[in-house]
Design a protein around this ligand. Structure first.
Ligand SMILES: [Zn+2]
Length: 660
């Protein structure tokens, strides 16, 4: 027993030592030992804890490396709502707010702080230990992300204060970590995060906290939400939060006049480009807590604070060329290729020009000097072309008439977009494949985005019809695919051949053809061959088919590549005719059902199929004409509306009972 106690003592000693050094490192920025020494202590503790699970403690520093995946996040109702702030975009607006406030409440002192561009979270402590951490959510209810919060090293897992304590902070990803993460993702051909805030949000909401742990998130705490102790001012709570070991927001300054506030804003603005984290403004709050109560709060925002948003930084540069990018949905987007220029902390060499209307409206031409800024300080955009700087006459830009990815003719749709509708366009292949195999389309189990990417990258799939040419032998050599799963996949593919016309029409991914429209089409024309000859006039006579949808169908079937793909699918045994109308009963004759929420055992399309089989109809919105609302879990506004209108609401069990 004595031995055992020695072990426990050692564990406690190491935990305390590591907490001390990580505080020195992450909070005070003055490490006393090297990283290697820290790691040595750290792994000594890991080894002891693994050998003695009976001494597990959720607040041990080792827990910061992350644990096993959770299923989903549970909801947490915030003790104090995490409200948002009213924005002001100019000094004039700021002064107006200030003078109105002071006219009513007399002169005030203000706490001025930078506004970190991250995501808000609440950290709740009891008896000196972190109990939970939650995302802001809608401000009232957030998500419990405690295991992920624990991996953020600057968040103290224990605090000296023993009472109830809740703080609010902004979780962010430092710029350096963001750039390293995106560089890594680029190398692995993964989609890039648009900005540090998106990256932070994506990282905090990981089901596997090991992923979060690897993302180097950080936090700045800026508000004391709940505490049993009394304070008279906000800045006093800052001192207290610092004592508790929190990383508080930098540049917090107490100001006594409009002039002082402007000085702080200017100082922060000048420092902004070189800060290691993104800020998008400066927050000005009444400092006196008693005054705050007097001033009060609106529903979503306090009246005692505003956020001053920085105007976007602008720079001039040369438009060298306009490139055309074919997106995954077939839209051709003109992209400005710019002489690289540094703006708001990053090097910009490309910016979207959206569409040809945008280019015409601003009269942008290749060779122009253009003004660029970062919208929301993230996405670079072209503000204007400096026409007066043109040395010579520059030609107007025209969109190409053929798709740069496949060479087929493109067309301009009802919006300003120019599209390639070639069913076999390589730029759209991945998206088409994923849609084709998805649950409501051909429903091929095991053929999700990851497997499809693997098949595409290995040259096994080049068109949608290639799916039906796959043989098990081709699959077993691929990473991650065993013999058993290869066989199962090929079986699932074979089964999908018989889904019928409606599913196939939907699976082809024709623009604006959702499941409902596909079913209407299949109910009228029982063979896919009919669509090669049908006219827009014929199609608009069908329920659910509008003019634009009809045009899209006719356009899609006019492509040579569509003819080729349909012939291939037929030759491979895919059913291209409609399922026989199998009406097995008429008990739902004349009834309209609306489905909402998630049913416990059935999918929505299964329930819809049953309703139709028994002669009923489904609709997507609740009205007085609705006969029954079939509601599952997390049913939203439709359920409320049904109750308001007195429409009968049933659950899945009652629905099944109706079929008995
Ligand atoms: Zn194309």
């Amino acid at each position: 027993m004595i031995m055992e106690n020695k072990v426990y003592e050692e564990i406690l000693r190491l935990r305390e030592l590591l907490s001390y050094h990580s505080r020195k490192y992450y909070i005070e920025d003055s490490p006393e030992i090297s990283d290697a020494e820290y790691d040595k202590l750290f792994y000594a503790l890991v080894a002891l804890e693994e050998a003695h699970p009976e001494y597990y403690d959720a607040n041990s520093p080792t827990v910061r490396v992350g644990g096993k995946a959770s299923e989903k996040f549970e909801k947490i109702t915030h003790t104090v709502p995490l409200k948002s702030l009213t924005d002001v975009f100019s000094y004039e607006e700021l002064e107006k707010w200030l003078s109105k406030l002071e006219a009513e409440y007399g002169s005030l002192t203000y706490s001025v702080e930078c506004k970190i561009d991250g995501l808000s979270a609440a950290l709740h402590y009891e008896n000196g230990a972190l109990v939970y951490g939650a995302t802001r959510g809608d401000g009232t209810v957030g998500e419990n992300v405690t295991p992920n919060i624990r991996t953020i090293r600057s968040i103290p897992l224990t605090v000296p204060y023993q009472g109830t304590l809740e703080v609010r902070g902004e979780i962010y990803m430092p710029r350096e970590a963001f750039e390293a993460l995106n560089a890594e993702r680029e190398k692995n051909e993964e989609t890039l995060f648009a900005n540090p805030r998106n990256a932070a949000a994506g990282s905090l909401r990981q089901l596997d906290s090991k992923v979060t742990a690897s993302r180097k998130l950080d936090i700045f705490v800026f508000n004391l939400q709940v505490c049993d102790r009394e304070f008279s001012s906000h800045s006093e709570t800052f001192a207290f939060m610092k004592e508790q070991g929190f990383h508080v927001i930098p540049f917090q300054t107490v100001c006594r006049s409009y002039q002082e506030i402007i000085e702080v804003i200017e100082t922060i603005g000048k420092r902004r480009p070189t800060l290691p984290f993104d800020i998008d403004g400066v927050v000005i709050k009444a400092d006196d807590l008693a005054k705050r109560l007097e001033i009060g709060e609106a529903t979503n925002t306090p009246k005692w604070a505003v956020a001053y948003k920085f105007p976007p930084e602008q720079k001039e540069t040369l438009l060298r060329d306009i490139a055309i990018q074919v997106g995954r949905t077939g839209v051709l987007t003109p992209i400005a290729e710019l002489e690289p220029v540094r703006i708001a902390g990053s090097l910009v060499s490309r910016a979207t020009l959206h569409n040809i209307d945008f280019i015409r409206e601003k009269d942008i031409r290749i060779g122009d000097t253009v003004v660029i800024q970062k919208a929301g300080d993230i996405i670079p955009e072209i503000v204007e072309a400096k026409k007066e700087k043109r040395q010579t006459e520059l030609p107007e830009f025209y969109m190409p008439t053929v798709c740069p990815s496949c060479g087929e003719n493109v067309y301009r749709d009802e919006e300003a977009a120019v599209r390639c509708t070639n069913a076999a366009c390589p730029a759209q292949l991945m998206q088409n494949l994923v849609h084709f195999a998805s649950k409501d389309a051909m429903d091929i189990a095991g053929l999700g985005p990851a497997v499809l990417k693997l098949l595409k990258d290995n040259g096994i799939i080049k068109t949608v019809s290639d799916i039906y040419r796959i043989v098990p032998e081709e699959l077993v050599d691929l990473d991650r695919m065993g013999k058993k799963s290869a066989e199962n996949l090929v079986k699932a593919i074979a089964v999908s051949k018989d889904r019928g016309l409606a599913r196939l029409l939907y699976a082809l991914g024709i623009r604006q053809i959702g499941s409902v429209a596909a079913e209407s089409l299949a109910a009228h024309y029982h063979d896919i061959e009919d669509f090669f000859t049908v006219t827009v006039e014929d199609l608009v006579k069908i329920d659910d088919i509008g003019l634009i949808t009809a045009e899209n169908v006719v356009h899609y079937f006019s492509h040579e590549s569509t003819r080729r793909i349909i012939d291939e699918l037929k030759a491979l045994g895919v059913k291209t005719t409609a399922e026989q109308e199998v009406k097995v009963g008429s008990r739902f004759e004349g009834m309209t059902f609306v489905l909402t929420g998630t049913l416990p055992t059935m999918t929505r399309s299964e329930a819809e199929a049953l309703i139709k089989k028994y002669g009923g109809k489904t609709s997507s919105s609740v009205s007085k004409k609705t006969s029954v609302v079939l509601a599952g879990e997390e049913a939203g506004s439709k359920l409320t509306k049904a109750r308001d209108l007195g429409v009968r609401v049933i659950d899945e069990a009652e629905f099944l009972a109706m079929l008995q």
